[in-house]
Design a protein around this ligand. Structure first.
Ligand code: NAD
Length: 250
């Protein structure tokens, strides 16, 4: 789909977890503004279907972000086919609904492997490519649960808190290469994942806390991501924007 705003003409982007939900909406927007978007997802068939429906500009790739060899293969392919990486959006995550009494070490590791280790592996590989070009935009999708103390998500909140700290640290490491690293924290959003889980029951409660009323949709998260991924956001790094209708103010 074409867009009259073309901030990503000639740019190459990777969006992880882009088969559905917020990641798919981000991939569609970047592509509609001119980017070549590699939509990386462990659900390869889902990424293929999303790319086909988007009608151009999106290359689906099967990738498990928690697996070093898979991340290496993704980067080798992107660099071979597109020659560079301008934008990385770390969106892939497991969004669990797990009461504390069910949180054992296996669950903890399962969440950390994807939601925290995955962000590290992707940043490690992409930033090495971005450094060579002296340009890069990394946007990490965090969550306002790190500020709200949301129940039934202890391992998830810990991992996302890790991503928040890592975002700030990596901004310092990569500033000298003109690479920015920022975060966007969605509030409760009606993605496919959320609508298939008990989280969907929380929309009424969350809406009560929001300054702006309504139920968040994936498209509501996209503008903050696209801005931070754009060239003009060059003077902003190590920051986090809450995209949650003003639920959490800090
Ligand atoms: N939806 C919300 O309410 C909400 C709120 C705050 C933050 N977030 C964050 O937004 C992002 C997207 O959430 P969503 O609700 O759209 O999720 P979703 O569950 O609908 O989609 C997640 C996607 O990530 C993919 N994925 C999972 N594990 C993967 C792996 N190992 N490697 C590659 N891909 C993998 C899935 O296949 C899926 O396509 C996540 O980082 C999530 O933590 C979501």
């Amino acid at each position: 789909m074409a867009n009259s705003i073309r901030r990503f003409e000639g740019r190459v982007a990777i969006v992880t977890g882009a088969a559905q939900g917020i990641g798919a909406a981000i991939a569609r927007r970047l592509a509609s503004e001119g980017a070549t978007v590699f939509a990386a997802d462990i659900n390869e068939a889902g990424a293929e279907a999303m790319a086909k429906a988007a009608g151009g500009g999106i290359v689906p790739v099967g990738c498990d972000v928690g697996e070093p060899d898979s991340v290496a293969a993704l980067h080798a392919r992107v660099l071979k086919e597109a020659g560079k990486i301008d934008v990385l959006v770390n969106n892939a995550a497991i969004v669990p609904f797990t009461p504390w009494d069910e949180v054992d070490f296996a669950h903890w590791r399962r969440i950390m492997r994807v939601n925290l280790d995955g962000v590290f592996l992707m940043c490690r590989a992409s930033s090495d490519a971005m450094r060579k070009a002296g340009y890069g935009r990394i946007v990490n999708i965090i969550s306002n649960t790190i500020l709200a103390g949301t129940p039934n998500m202890a391992a998830y909140v810990a991992a996302k808190g890790g991503v928040f700290g890592f975002t700030r640290a990596l901004a310092t490491e990569l500033g000298q290469y003109r690479i920015t690293v920022n975060g966007v924290s969605p509030g409760l959003t009606a993605s496919e994942g959320v609508m298939a889980s008990p989280h969907k029951e929380a929309f009424g409660f969350v809406e009560m806390l929001q300054a702006i009323k309504g139920h968040g949709r994936p498209e509501d998260i996209v503008p903050a991501v696209a801005f931070l991924a754009s060239e003009e956001a060059h003077w902003i790094t190590g920051q986090m924007i809450n995209a949650d209708a003003g639920m959490v103010r800090w």
